[in-house]
Each structure stands twice: as C-alpha cells, then as structure tokens.
Design a protein around this ligand. Structure first.
Ligand code: TYC
Length: 254
C-alpha cells in the first residue's frame, strides 16, 4: 500500500512516498534535482514490503518539495542531511537505514556520520566525498542541459519545466564546483571516520560521471565497509538493473 504526504520539517514542507509495513525502516535519498518519482520507483515498489518500510523523500526545493526555490550554499549537503534525519524522526522512526544515490549518497554519508545513534545501515552508490579537477571537467561538460539527449532531459523537464530545470541544474553545477576550491576538494572526507554503521558501497564500473577512485576512496576510509562492483552498471544502475540491485541491498540490510 503506497502512500504519500507532506511533512513540515525545519520550516519547509517535505514531500515523501512510503511503501511496506516491515520493521526495518529505510530512507531513499535521490540525486541532484532528483526526486522519489523519477529516481526510485523500482525500489519503493519492489523492496520486500514485509521486511521493510521504505520512505522516499524529495529534498527541499526538489520535485514536490517546492517551494522553497532551491539554492546551493556551501552547506547544502549538510542542510539536506539534517532535513533527511529530521523528516524520518518526525515521521516517528527511531532508527532507520539510508539508501543514497549520487548526491543523495553524499547526504547519506553526512547524515550517518553526524547521527550514529539513529542510523542502522547504509548503502551508497555514485557518491563522492571530494571534488577533483577531473570531476570539475565532468560537471562542466554536463552543465548545458540543451546538450543532453532528449531521453535524459525528459523526466527532469516533466518535473520542473524546461526553463527551471536548466536554471536549477546550472545552479547545482556552480554549487558542487565550489568544493574544488577547498583543501583536497573536500565535501565530507573528514566525516568518513565518524561513520559507525555497516556500510555497503555499490559502483557501476561503466559509470561515466563518477570515476571509480570515489567508491575506492570511500571503501578505504569507512571502517568495515563493503564494496560491490557491477561490471555493466552505469550511474543509474539501480534503475537499469533493479533485480540485482534490490537483491544485493536486501541481502545487506537483512
Ligand atoms: N551527482 C549527480 C547526481 O546526484 C550526478 C553527477 C555526477 C552529475 C557527476 C554530473 O559530473 C557529474 N545525480
């Protein structure tokens, strides 16, 4: 029984979808400009509803958590991490696991590091703890969404409209590019040693936007973490290979 709603948290109305009645609560954290509808339907629908209560959220300024208008101050990941944890707590979950994709993976890393008492387990994929000069080149190559394929653009344009999507995406590129000026391009390197929960890092070896140095770095700096490589996976491996992805995640969370 899939339900949806809005919950007021930290001064904003956050949209979420929820499915399943299991004891183990899981929060799905979408990527940049992403939202539950575009990023996570195969997980919301197909993760075992007897074992898990799965919640997908739209971070502030994304998807159906608008207004507010989205902005990207240097602490935007920290702000999302606080919102995510406060949303789950406000919904009544005492302890929960995190499944974070890409930017949502970064948010999950920060949330787990800052709230070890609330986080059960964590899975991240397509995430990075720093921004390298090579990453900056990749961001700049995807800055202009008019150069994306129509198929890549369409789901985002359906959510935001073409103009707002293009503007917000550029603002995101500017936002994430800020980190390259920090020592080591630091987003959350210093927080990784604080992560105490069992952590699974998944990586698609054909991911064109997140070089494999990132998952290996996370694996090295998160104590006891596991790394699962998917040889044919790209950035959207959980949407392209939902059966394998969901099975690996259920085995890990179970
Ligand atoms: N982090 C982006 C997301 O959350 C994905 C992305 C990574 C996009 C690298 C561009 O150069 C890039 N979906």
């Amino acid at each position: 029984s899939q339900t949806s709603g809005k919950q007021r948290v930290n001064g904003v109305d956050l949209y979420y979808e929820r499915n399943g009645a299991g004891e183990h609560a899981v929060l799905l954290l979408p990527g940049a400009l992403g939202n539950t509808k575009t990023d996570f339907q195969p997980q919301l629908k197909a993760l075992n509803a007897d074992l898990f209560t799965v919640v997908g959220w739209d971070p502030r300024g994304y998807g159906q958590s608008r207004p507010p208008h989205r902005d990207f101050p240097l602490d935007f990941f920290e702000r999302d991490a606080r919102d995510a944890v406060d949303l789950m707590r406000t919904l009544g979950f005492v302890k929960f696991s995190l499944l974070g994709w890409s930017d949502g993976g970064i948010t999950a890393l920060i949330a787990a590091a800052r709230n070890p008492e609330f986080i059960d387990k964590m899975v991240v994929w397509g995430a990075n703890a720093f921004v390298s000069p090579q990453d900056l080149d990749i961001y700049n190559a995807v800055r202009d969404v008019s150069k994306w394929s129509a198929g890549m653009r369409a789901p985002m344009e359906a959510v935001y409209g073409a103009r707002l999507f293009a503007q917000t995406w550029e603002a995101w590129v500017d936002g994430i590019a800020q980190f390259v000026h920090r020592p080591e391009g630091n987003i959350c390197i210093d927080l990784l040693p604080l992560i105490r929960c069992p952590t699974l890092i998944i990586h698609g070896e054909k991911d064109p936007v997140v070089p494999s140095c990132h998952p290996h770095f996370l694996h090295k700096h998160i104590a006891g973490s596991r790394l699962h490589l998917m040889p044919e996976g790209k950035h959207n491996l959980h949407l392209r290979f939902p059966e394998e992805f969901n099975r690996v995640v259920e085995d890990f969370l179970g």
